[in-house]
Ligand binder design. Structure first.
Ligand code: DQA
Length: 150
């Protein structure tokens, strides 16, 4: 059965392309998602993307990951990175491995962005590489699933 990877995007990432391009670049979320879906398809892996501005919607989605047969999650929790115990707890509850991605280098930015509620649970964290970060996280997910299969 083919593997399933979820890409989860938090609030305001639907505005990528026009949102603070000096910080987040000019690539739109649709372009990022299309690229990831194509990248997965070329490697026989199903990639599904979901964006929400609502904490509860992300919690609901994560809670459904096990039943949906999700093998790996790539998540950019956006502003919820720095605030959401609820999304953290949902990821801990479903225990699906995940990589945390940020377009910008949160450690070069305001002090309130330096703390993440996710990093200590994540398999790994990528920050500051723009959309390439998602691609690297996806690559890692595909590689690690193949490794686990032995
Ligand atoms: C972000 C960084 C967060 O601090 C911010 O709130 C975002 C995006 C990033 O991708 O760089 O919305 O997660």
């Amino acid at each position: 059965m083919s593997k399933l990877i979820w890409i989860l995007h938090g609030p305001n990432l639907n505005l990528l392309g026009t949102r603070e391009p000096g910080v987040y670049g000019s690539t739109t979320l649709a372009q990022i998602d299309e690229d990831l879906e194509r990248y997965g398809r070329d490697r026989s892996v199903k990639v599904e993307s979901f964006q929400s501005n609502h904490e509860g919607a992300l919690v609901d989605r994560i809670q459904s990951a096990r039943a949906a047969g999700v093998d790996f999650v790539v998540i950019n929790p956006a502003a919820f990175t720095h605030t959401s115990v609820a999304i953290r707890d949902a990821l801990a509850a479903v225990a699906v491995p995940f990589v945390e991605v940020h377009l910008s280098n949160i450690h070069r930015r305001e002090p309130f962005r330096h703390h993440s509620y996710f990093s200590d649970l994540a398999v790994g964290v990528i920050a500051g590489l723009g959309p390439t970060g998602y691609r690297l996280a996806l690559d890692y997910a595909i590689e690690s699933m193949a490794r686990d299969r032995g």
